[in-house]
Design a protein around this ligand. Structure first.
Ligand SMILES: [Zn+2]
Length: 139
């Protein structure tokens, strides 16, 4: 999968909006690890199911070496979402838009990835919650 540093300008495809990258991890680059609040995980689960920005092909997790996409059973019925097949785009309170592969959920759950605090705040806000406390604890 293409690697982009967190909060670098998004350039995966042509988009009229200015967006920042989050969660485009690669096995060849270090990434920030830590604890992520359950509210963020739950918000991303919802966003994974409701957002459909299909990417070209399926990206596999480089840390698992699984050679197959991970399937996430959504919160609604038996909705199955292929992690690595789509992007999540979230706009934060300050109007900044973040673009993340939906694999970000897998990275958080399985690889202790800790996304930028502002992205986590935006995710929680996108599902209608308002967090007044910190949602991440970087190791
Ligand atoms: Zn993995």
């Amino acid at each position: 999968m293409t690697y982009y540093p967190d909060l670098s300008p998004y350039a995966y495809d042509q988009s009229p909006r200015d967006m920042l990258n989050v969660g485009w991890l690669s096995a060849e680059h270090r990434y920030s690890k830590g604890l992520v609040d359950e509210r963020v995980v739950n918000a991303l689960k919802v966003l994974c199911v409701t957002y459909e920005n299909q990417m070209r092909g399926i990206h596999h997790c480089e840390f698992c070496d699984a050679g197959r996409p991970f399937v996430f059973g959504g919160p609604v019925g038996d909705t199955k979402v292929l992690l690595g097949s789509a992007e999540i785009r979230i706009t934060g309170a300050d109007g900044i838009c973040y673009a993340a592969p939906n694999l970000v959920l897998h990275y958080i759950l399985e690889h202790q990835y800790c996304p930028p605090e502002e992205f986590c705040q935006a995710a929680v806000r996108a599902v209608g919650l308002e967090a007044t406390d910190e949602l991440t604890l970087v190791e």
